[in-house]
Design a protein around this ligand. Structure first.
Ligand SMILES: [Ca+2]
Ligand SMILES: [Ca+2]
Length: 946
């Protein structure tokens, strides 16, 4: 028996280790050397007014955190060196250095205002699996400046920063859960309702508060008649003074908390995301499995060996040089013409006003075709496109091109720090390696665009070394690859109000006299500087275009501009702000043969006051070894709020073979770890061979369905403390009403490129089935009469695609037995259960046999799916069914009540009434069940509701 347990544990950890081997390198450039984290980038949003207290408090926070982190990780890690990015409009100081390859978009920590006064909860944007790095930590300026928030989150440095850093760096999750705050536990045969927490040793009381104006009453919580858990609004209020040292991922603000929960203090029964995501392992076990941990050893010292050092970097004007390949191969496949069309879009529509741009072309040698010019007017843009190349010939010398690009940047700046090179090539160049070091040390960011199947395989190294973007475009005309690549190169400064946003990019082959019709929605968050661009690939005269705005105003071919330099693009710039609503277009191919016609629409934010809806798309890694699956993510947001209910379609285009279309979902099943967080996800497994792939997403939001949501992975908003027997409740968290949120968002269209990735080791010839069904992560249980009702989302044959063959369901009185030795647990007869297609809701009812059900009985369930190749999914989340009769004596009128006033903070923005927080344990109707048994669900958390 013991042996089997060990084997099970090994298996679980093997899969954890596999995750850790996956490099998620996008963005962060943090390095770990001898336990010290270096090159951490903290960026101040360019919208924020100059305030040096922000810088001072960031420094204090990180210095303090360094010591706390050092102790919490048992003398292993500390913060050694931090770079702070200062907005361009803050007054220059001699101590400020130039930004090099760092940028706001790639920062580990950002300081920015919340949108819609949403509140000051620090959080980490985290949507990978257990052990995967997060995207960034967001602090509001209020959080950094307002000391009264200490009571709520604990001190910034010693507590909050380390909590968020653990999310970001080691991919651990919260150990509290606002959506499933309670669960049933049985100790020595006695059942009780417990707060979701780690460790379970943290003591406190269950308190509900109601307020009229500033007068608030508190009393102990009653049980909810239906759920048999504590009533809605009930909070676990901890004792301020206590002995429990863990955990930082639960309530970091408690003075006694100095550790992460480890194997001995971990509470695997708590209904939290850490348990669900990390297979009921403790946060410290996950940290111990990280490469950070295996690459370091404990430091023999009582405090960090170095105090944190800081460098201040200031952003400057954007300077970009296009470095374009005009070698002989660029003459094939119409590449040079496509390059012209795409680069023209960049110069006329994408590059931000005030930026500096130069143009270099290269073949065996490199030439400057345009010196660095500042975009101060439409005339400069029109002037620049004259210098785009129109003919091709000669060899390929990439290093010569890049060096010439550096020369152009130096026309304005004494060094290359923070400048950008857009390097496009279709060719191989064995000499690329000679300038690798030069590029790495340059301080310039290199964005690369690989065109066609023969582009140098080393090209991406330039991007990787310098933090640049990576794009790949095929020669397939109807994929708009090159236009999308150039459209994706907007500034990384965080200055979103200046940026170009792509609303549409679509193309199709249109037969003679046939039509290409469509609709593009212009929403209220964009509309300035709007361009409708029609391109075609054969005729030298435009097709017949009719475009109708939402008010019925019509634009025809004659309203579009066709430049003498480029006879295959017609462009319409809408004066002022484009009408909000649906723009309809009809385009007829009037050429003598069929040709590919495309429609590309770009715009800019309508006003400084309202952030636009934006999309960021990417894969979970840049390089993949078959047969590992990949995950596609699209993050749809407005300001910092997630946009829910959008239709998100991803197109993955391989180097050879046809593109694959996938719908990404935000439903909390399969690859999507959290429902309704605005992160839409899907596994990608249909590999069509080795080489480069490119990712593009189309997003459509429709009035009726789309709305804003709230962020996850926040530091716990502490409800209050019990100090010397006295209950001190904090002011409730400021909430935004759903009405306010929903009123702001109408229909919209977006297109975003997710850049390129490389796949290796795909066998040639037919591929046998290597992908099992994905792990089921949303198993729920309901008690109906004397039966158990289980429900979950169906996985597929290959992860979340297709259809599984059968299910295995097991039950046990031990949660960890199901995790460790699933096969040995009692089987549930599933012979009547036939899996539905992936993504469908499954429902299964059965009567548990040989189980005596009495008060305090807890049964756990878990499920696995098997495909027709006998490949088995991982064990699902473990769900708890508990029978619990609440004690009779807990009637509210027998309890002392007391009147207190809010202790913190007296903000005018706070609502007068406390928010109604609904416990959403989705517990079934109890029906006529006489004993009022409670069915308590362990992991039926709706992670997004309140
Ligand atoms: Ca999601
Ligand atoms: Ca399969």
């Amino acid at each position: 028996m013991t042996k089997i347990v060990e084997k099970g544990t090994m298996r679980v950890f093997k899969s954890l280790v596999l995750l850790f081997l996956v490099p998620v390198v996008r963005g962060s450039m943090v390095q770990l050397k001898n336990g010290g984290y270096e090159d951490i980038v903290i960026a101040i949003n360019p919208e924020l007014p100059e305030d040096h207290n922000i810088i001072r408090n960031i420094k204090d926070m990180v210095k303090e955190a360094s010591t706390y982190l050092f102790n919490a990780t048992k003398q292993r890690f500390f913060f050694k060196a931090v770079k702070i990015i200062i907005p361009q409009h803050w007054l220059p100081k001699s101590e400020y250095l130039s930004v090099k390859t760092e940028s706001y978009d790639k920062a580990d920590v950002i300081v920015a205002n919340p949108y819609l006064k949403y509140g000051d909860d620090p959080y980490t944007l985290q949507y990978g699996g257990c052990g995967e790095k997060g995207r960034y930590i967001h602090f509001t300026p209020d959080f950094l400046l307002n000391d009264t928030l200490y009571n709520i989150y604990g001190s910034r440095g010693t507590k909050v920063f380390v909590h968020e850093w653990a999310h970001l760096r080691w991919g651990v999750f919260d150990e509290y859960n606002n959506d499933a705050p309670f669960y049933v536990s049985v100790n020595s045969g006695k059942a009780s309702v417990e707060a979701t927490r780690c460790s379970a040793d943290i003591t406190g009381k269950y308190i509900v508060q109601s307020c009229t104006g500033n007068n608030c009453m508190t009393r102990e919580c009653d049980y909810d008649q239906q759920t048999k858990l504590y009533e809605a609004g009930c909070k676990f209020v901890p004792e301020k003074t206590q002995n429990a040292p863990a955990s930082i991922m639960y309530m970091q603000s408690l003075p006694s908390v100095v550790e992460f929960c480890d194997q001995s203090t971990h509470n695997e029964k708590a209904t939290n995301l850490q348990n669900k995501m990390c297979n009921y392992h403790s946060t410290w076990e996950v940290i111990m499995n990280s490469t950070d941990f295996s690459n370091t050893s404990p430091i023999n010292s009582a405090s960090p060996p170095f105090e944190t050092s800081f460098s201040l970097l200031q952003t400057k004007d954007r300077a970009v040089c296009l470095v374009l390949d005009v070698s002989g191969s660029m003459a094939g496949y119409n590449r040079i013409k496509h390059l012209y069309q795409a680069a023209e879009i960049f110069l006329l529509q994408i590059i931000e006003m005030g930026s500096w741009v130069g143009i270099v072309t290269f073949e065996s040698t490199a030439q400057i075709t345009s010196n660095l010019r500042q975009i101060v007017s439409e005339n400069v843009r029109q002037d620049l496109i004259k210098y785009l190349p129109k003919s091709a010939g000669g060899g390929t010398n990439i290093c010569a091109g890049v060096r010439k690009g550096f020369e152009v940047i130096k026309q304005k700046y004494s060094n290359l720090d923070g400048s950008e090179i857009v390097l496009l090539t279709d060719g191989e160049d064995s000499g690329m390696s000679i300038c690798l070091k030069e590029v790495e040390d340059s301080g310039s960011i290199i964005h690369t665009i690989a065109l066609g199947p023969s582009a140098a395989p080393e090209l991406e190294q330039f991007s990787d070394m310098t933090g640049g973007l990576k794009f790949y475009a095929t020669d397939t005309v109807d994929s708009n690859g090159l236009q999308d690549a150039f459209s994706g190169i907007s500034s990384g400064s965080g200055n979103i109000s200046e940026q170009s946003i792509q609303l549409e990019s679509t193309a199709q082959s249109v037969a003679v006299k046939q039509w290409m019709n469509g609709t593009v929605t212009v929403d209220s968050t964009v509309g300035k500087d709007t361009f409708f661009v029609v391109t075609w690939d054969r005729s030298t005269s435009p097709p017949d275009i009719l475009l109708r705005d939402p008010k019925g105003k019509e634009y025809r071919t004659s309203n579009f501009t066709v430049s003498d330099l480029n006879l295959r693009t017609a462009r319409l710039n809408i004066a002022g702000t484009a009408e909000v609503g649906d723009w309809l277009y009809w385009i007829q191919n009037n050429h003598t043969v069929s040709q590919v016609i495309s429609m590309i629409v770009t715009s800019r934010p309508a006003s400084l006051a309202v952030p636009p809806v934006t999309v960021k798309a990417h894969m979970n890694k840049d390089t993949n070894n078959f047969p590992n699956p990949m995950v596609i993510y699209a993050e749809v947001s407005q300001g910092f709020l997630p946009v829910l209910g959008a239709t998100v379609m991803a197109t993955v285009e391989p180097q050879t073979g046809s593109a694959v279309e996938l719908r990404l979902l935000d439903d909390g099943s399969g690859a999507d770890i959290t429902k309704n967080d605005g992160i839409y996800s899907k596994y990608f497994t249909t590999f069509k061979g080795n080489g480069r792939y490119n990712l593009k997403v189309h997003i459509q939001g429709r009035n009726q369905t789309v709305r804003l949501g709230r962020r996850q992975s926040r530091a716990l908003y502490v409800p209050g403390y019990i100090e010397n027997g006295e209950i001190k409740i904090n002011a409730p968290r400021p909430e935004v009403s759903d009405d306010e949120i929903q009123a702001k968002l109408g229909s919209f269209n977006r297109v975003a490129t997710g850049g390129s990735f490389v796949v290796k080791n795909v066998p040639s010839g037919g591929i046998i089935d290597v992908f099992p069904p994905c792990k089921i992560t949303d198993l729920e249980a309901q008690f109906e009469e004397d039966k158990i009702h289980l429900s979950w989302t169906a996985p597929g044959n290959d992860l979340d695609e297709g259809q599984a063959d059968r299910y295995i369901i097991k039950m046990s009185e031990s949660l960890l037995d199901l995790r460790n030795t699933f096969e040995d647990a009692t089987s549930v007869n599933t012979s009547s259960l036939i899996p539905k297609p992936a993504g469908t809701k499954e429902s299964f009812q059965f009567k548990p046999e040989n189980v005596t059900i009495e008060n305090g009985t807890i049964i756990y369930f878990a499920i696995r799916a098997i495909d027709n190749a006998s490949l088995t999914s991982e064990v699902s989340n473990v769900v708890q069914a508990a029978l619990f009769v609440p004690p009779k004596e807990s009637l509210p009128d027998t309890l002392p009540t007391e009147v207190i006033t809010k202790s913190v903070p007296t903000q005018e923005s706070l609502p007068d009434t406390i928010p109604t927080e609904v416990i959403t344990n989705s517990v079934p109707k109890q029906g006529s069940f006489l004993l009022r048994f409670l069915l308590m669900l362990s992991m039926t958390v709706s992670m997004f509701q309140y």
